[in-house]
Design a protein around this ligand. Sequence first.
Ligand code: NAD
Length: 391
Amino acid sequence: MKGFEYSCPTKIVCGEGSLAKIADELRDQGIAKPLVMTDQGLVQLHVADHLFNELMAANVPYEVYDNVPPDSSMDVVNEVAALYTDKGCDGFIALGGGSVIDTTKGAAASLSAEGVDFATLQGSEILQGSLPPLVAIPTTAGTGSEVTLVAVVADTEKHVKLSFTSYKLVPHVAILDPVLTQSLPPKLTATTGMDALTHAVEAYTSIQKNPVSDSLARSAITLIADNLFTACADGKNADARTSLALASLMAGASFSNAMVGIVHAIGHSLGGLAHIPHGQAMMLLLPHCVDYNISQGFHKGLYGELLRDLDEACYIASDPDNRDTVFARRLHEMNERFHAEYGVPVKLRDLGVEPEQFEEIAKQARYDGAALYNDSEITIDVAMGILNAAY
Ligand code: NAD
């Protein structure tokens, strides 16, 4: 067996009612006055109230920044870092989806490198100083940011999504409570769930895959296959919501070690230049990237192995030589079902992305960090071919 390294130091607190443990977790992390990070959507839906009520009940003093936009920017990161210092906070709670958690990671990184231009901290293991403690409480089940070493922050002037990777960015605690995802509407449930599925599929086919990341990826795929449509149809189903939160975390822990590839390279570019939400971009591109990889003979047999986790009956019924292709077809069928039942867009044309934009998206995809972990070069022609197929 090839040698490998695996790391996931985050403490995981999972299950119905687990949010009630927040005061204990803050105490364990030595946080006396947290800055709570969240967004306006979560405030208006009263999702954030679950956390505020727990903090008040435990007499924990806290400050709030509740204005994180989707795909937030360097300006927001700098504003949050300044607020943290002004208010004398000593740790963060990030309550939200990937945008809130990544903005919090960005602010923590910025605080650790005071006076340094935030954009220069991009890349791998650049961060040197120690970061404030971070308790991540995801309200979507997709990014896995609560356990990953990644922070994605947009440069809104250059229309690029910047990637920061460092083990110092891994949150200290992740609290997964299904009460926080029950308000997700079916479309967001579907797109974020397919984001988690993409993490698992790309981690399983990455050049840096290893037995631990593989097993997390495969378990995540089974949890998604068994629960994603249930959660879309019955948002209050606590078992399905817990399973998806866990799947997202496991897929995150998997890709945080194995890394991701072509779907993310093109998807980040699509997000930066055409402002397509991350999960939506992943969902739309995944089946077409798998089609492309199969057509080139890449990852031979690996998709067939994942078919067993996605749909065991289909795996047993299919010809062993044809399982990679059957896996790709099942991904297309999932998207078609989300489209038919919940109106989720599954074509670029339905999102207003036009062929004239493809070349620029393709050019930028080559420079995305995820392209480094893809086992073949993502040329402009390759990316254009995939974008055309997804149109
Ligand atoms: P998001 O955080 O951008 O949130 C999208 C919308 O969903 C927001 O309007 C938010 O208010 C709403 N929302 C969140 N929780 C809700 C709930 N429980 N009920 C109702 N509405 C809710 O979405 P996301 O997909 O979680 O995060 C996307 C971001 O994460 C992108 O910037 C992406 O690049 C990044 N990302 C990071 C990593 C990582 O490892 N750090 C991995 C993948 C993606």
